[in-house]
Ligand binder design. Structure first.
Ligand SMILES: [Zn+2]
Length: 485
């Protein structure tokens, strides 16, 4: 057996010497039927620049971002959905394991060269340049009552569409999008302001982010399916009131140089919804409002423009909060909360901070926390007590996640780092993911902060004091500044 291993190793060496385009001695592991390649190793051997943020679990290779536990990979203009998430441990070996062969499509895009994986020999080879383009022409035409976006396809594809304002999603099964031909199309349109691309093995998906003046979208198939026309109907308005001017940043402040300028702070709950109630009757809604007000002041001093979803003790519907954030053109959304648990014994034990991003597939514990935070929806008039995200909402979320999952995870990573070693302990790893409804529809990096357990004796006492709230605020500011650089 030992000899067999040595022989195989020699054969690998010989093979890689013979064919120069085979990447030699790659770390490849197999688990069940799935093969994984060590991402750090692959990037190194392909001589690609990379940054590895172990705390946040993010690997950046050139301009692609990979996140542990996530199947989403974003590059500058396209997001890829892998059939299997990136793993941290395969067969007891720790690294940054990328599933094969699906991950190679991302590298192909970055290198502009095809990569092939032969599962029998467990080898990756760099191939000849070949062009893949299934949408070969795109044209936008203005009409009296709207616009027509016409796509010419290389062959007919099964096309599915889904419309839920402000998203119009077109999915072409089996197609590959070359996003370069869509350059500037959104700039020419008066009815949508952005196109988001998601590419996976099975389909190419494009989403039009519609403006408010778009009323209806329809898909027309022509030319036996080789031409697709997306008809966008303009809303007919009589005499429209002038749109309110965009808010100007305060004159005295110097804008931070980074891309983060406007920060939306969302103090959770409020009014008839007290949130969790802790020791000595301390209410979550009061703690997070106090922290939110302090945070606004300190961030403004640093030159940021800051908006609060509430600055009084008022009830605001969950879905309205991220909508406000998007309308205000926020660059970052942070929803402030305190954690809570039932039962005397557990209340003595459960303590610490944790930062959440919006994503499916969290632990049962995290899902329970999301359900508790989603309960506010039961207090909204005319709505049944639904506390989980619906399938239609998850479809919409694909777009939001495609654009902001990595940035949100990065922000959560900075928050964990800033809170680590402070007065509050770290709950588990300090970062988690679940279906928090207050984060749905925030088209920006978004995090929900659980700032300690209001039900824990020392966490609760800390949250009740000015000193505690000041420390929390300072740590939040530190993380936001680190993220904005
Ligand atoms: Zn809450």
């Amino acid at each position: 057996m030992r000899f067999g291993v040595v022989l195989k190793f020699l054969l690998v060496l010989l093979a890689s010497a013979a064919a120069q385009d085979t990447i030699a001695n790659l770390q490849i592991e197999k688990k069940n039927d799935v093969h994984f390649v060590d991402g750090l190793d692959l990037a190194k051997k392909l001589k690609m620049p990379m940054t590895w943020q172990s705390e946040a679990g993010i690997l950046q290779i050139e301009n692609s971002s990979w996140v542990l536990g996530s199947a989403w990979v974003s590059t500058k203009d396209t997001t890829f959905l892998l059939p299997t998430p990136v793993q941290s441990k395969i067969n007891d070996r720790r690294s940054f394991w990328l599933p094969l062969p699906s991950s190679l499509q991302v590298f192909e895009r970055l290198l502009n060269k095809p990569l092939e994986y032969d599962s029998a020999s467990a080898k990756i080879t760099l191939g000849e340049l070949k062009e893949l383009k299934d949408i070969w022409n795109v044209n936008l035409e203005a009409k009296n009552n709207g616009e027509v976006l016409e796509l010419k396809l290389s062959k007919p594809f099964v096309a599915e569409s889904f419309y839920m304002h402000p998203n119009y999603i077109l999915r072409l099964n089996g197609a590959v999008i070359d996003t370069t031909i869509f350059q500037d199309i959104a700039k020419k349109s008066a009815l949508f302001n952005r196109i988001i691309f998601i590419q996976d093995k099975q389909s190419a998906q494009l989403t039009l982010m519609l403006r408010d003046n778009c009323e209806k979208v329809e898909l027309i198939k022509k030319d036996e399916g080789k031409t697709l026309q997306i008809l966008l109907r303009k809303k007919q308005v009589a005499a429209a009131a002038p749109a309110p001017a965009a808010p100007h940043p305060p004159m005295q402040s110097v804008q931070p140089s980074g891309k983060i300028k406007t920060i939306i702070i969302d103090p959770g709950h409020g009014g008839k919804d007290p949130g969790a109630v802790g020791i000595k009757g301390l209410k979550e809604k009061d703690v997070v409002l106090a922290v939110g007000l302090k945070l606004k002041k300190k961030l403004e001093e640093k030159g940021f423009t800051v908006k609060l979803t509430r600055d009084t003790d008022d009830f605001i519907e969950l879905a309205k909060r991220p909508k406000m954030a998007s309308d205000w053109g926020g660059d970052l959304f942070i929803s402030l909360h305190c954690n809570a648990i039932a039962g005397k014994e557990m209340q003595q034990k459960a303590e610490g901070f944790k930062f959440y991003i919006l994503r499916a597939g969290g632990t049962e514990e995290d899902k329970a926390i999301a359900r508790r935070e989603n309960q506010a929806i039961a207090l909204e008039s005319g709505k049944k007590g639904k506390d989980e995200i619906s399938p239609a909402e998850w479809i919409i979320l694909d777009n939001q996640l495609a654009l902001y999952a990595e940035k949100s995870a990065l922000l959560a990573g900075h928050l964990v780092e800033a809170f680590d070693g402070g007065s509050l302990r770290k709950l588990q790893t300090g970062a988690g993911q679940a279906g928090f409804m207050v984060l749905v529809g925030a088209y920006m990096p978004a995090v929900l902060a659980e700032l300690g357990f209001i039900t824990h004796p020392s966490d609760g006492a800390f949250l009740a004091t000015e000193k505690g709230r000041d420390e929390i605020t300072d740590r939040l500011v530190k993380a936001i500044i680190a993220f904005s650089r």
